[in-house]
Design a binder for this molecule. Structure first.
Ligand code: SF4
Length: 289
């Protein structure tokens, strides 16, 4: 496995409680990545040659700005390309943006990603985007705007092949979206979900790391706990065929995972992730018992 990007979920706490959130973030969720562990894992990950980029995300990383600042500095000093992903809740004017982001650019931030859409309830930022682009250029930081589209009807399953790592795009029905956004959606027979169209499960380009040290290949699927393995040998020897959840998904998608676990299927699901999340949640609960 040669991942290029690691997302550090430095807090799951957020001012918002978006219906599509993969990590079920909310104001009440108290989950913070200790700075000492961020520093430790950054150093361990540095030993993996393929990893070039660190994205600090959440939850809302700007809620813990002092820690975020230290983490950005540390990642930069280790030679990573560094990005931060935010809902931009602190931006009321272009000056709010430039004054906050300047502190991070000064210590090595290369990119800021802002989610702007109705799901994040912040379309108020739309008229500001041109100004934010000018400010970003002035500061010397790349600005990426992520827009999720809350579609009226889910797309037919075979239309899901639009590339993997697109920060914008359609909602994937995993995490909170699997339970809170599926009501009006069209459902498709489970046999359609015979591949994972969103993540390369054999050689993923990106992974997530949570505050407990869990490395995730998808927000639903833990790969390993970094406290329990030597990171470089884990990446070098990774074999999805030995992973209880990944092996069947690689073989035949979430539908194969269902068959493999004798999962009682419903008549229909919104998308691949909807079926996948319902099964993985049950398997993980069982493993943890
Ligand atoms: S939830 Fe399943 S189908 Fe969706 S991206 Fe993750 S592994 Fe793929």
């Amino acid at each position: 496995m040669k991942p290029r990007v690691i997302y550090f979920i430095i807090t799951k706490q957020c001012l918002l409680k978006c219906k599509h959130c993969h990590f079920n973030s909310s104001p009440d969720l108290e989950d913070f990545f200790p700075l000492v562990l961020i520093k430790k894992y950054l150093r361990k990950l540095k030993r993996v040659k393929s990893i070039e980029k660190i994205i600090f995300t959440g939850g809302e990383p700007f809620l813990i700005f002092p820690k975020l600042r230290n983490a950005v500095h540390d990642a930069h000093m280790l030679g990573f390309d560094v990005a931060v992903w935010t809902s931009g809740y602190f931006i009321g004017t272009k000056m709010d943006f430039s004054q906050a982001v300047r502190y991070l650019v000064d210590i090595g931030l290369n990119e800021i990603i802002i989610s702007v859409d109705s799901l994040h309830n912040n379309t108020r930022l739309e008229p500001l985007i041109d100004d934010l682009e000018v400010e970003s250029e002035h500061l010397g930081v790349k600005l990426t705007i992520s827009r999720k589209h809350e579609s009226e009807a889910s797309r037919p399953p075979d239309f899901a092949y639009g590339g993997t790592h697109d920060p914008s795009g359609v909602i994937l029905y995993r995490g909170r979206a699997a339970t809170e956004l599926n009501e009006k959606q069209q459902l498709w027979a489970p046999e359609n979900f015979d591949i994972c169209p969103h993540q390369d499960l054999v050689n993923p380009d990106y992974l997530w790391l949570d505050s407990k040290g869990n490395l995730l290949i998808c927000p639903q699927i833990p790969l390993v706990n970094l406290r329990q393995v030597k990171i470089s040998s884990f990446f070098a020897n990774f074999d999805p065929a030995k992973h209880k959840i990944l092996a069947p998904i690689v073989e035949g998608g979430p539908f194969e995972l269902a068959k493999n676990n004798n999962f009682k299927l419903k008549d229909g699901y919104v998308d691949h992730c909807h079926l996948c999340s319902e099964i993985t949640e049950k398997i993980i609960k069982k493993i943890r018992k």
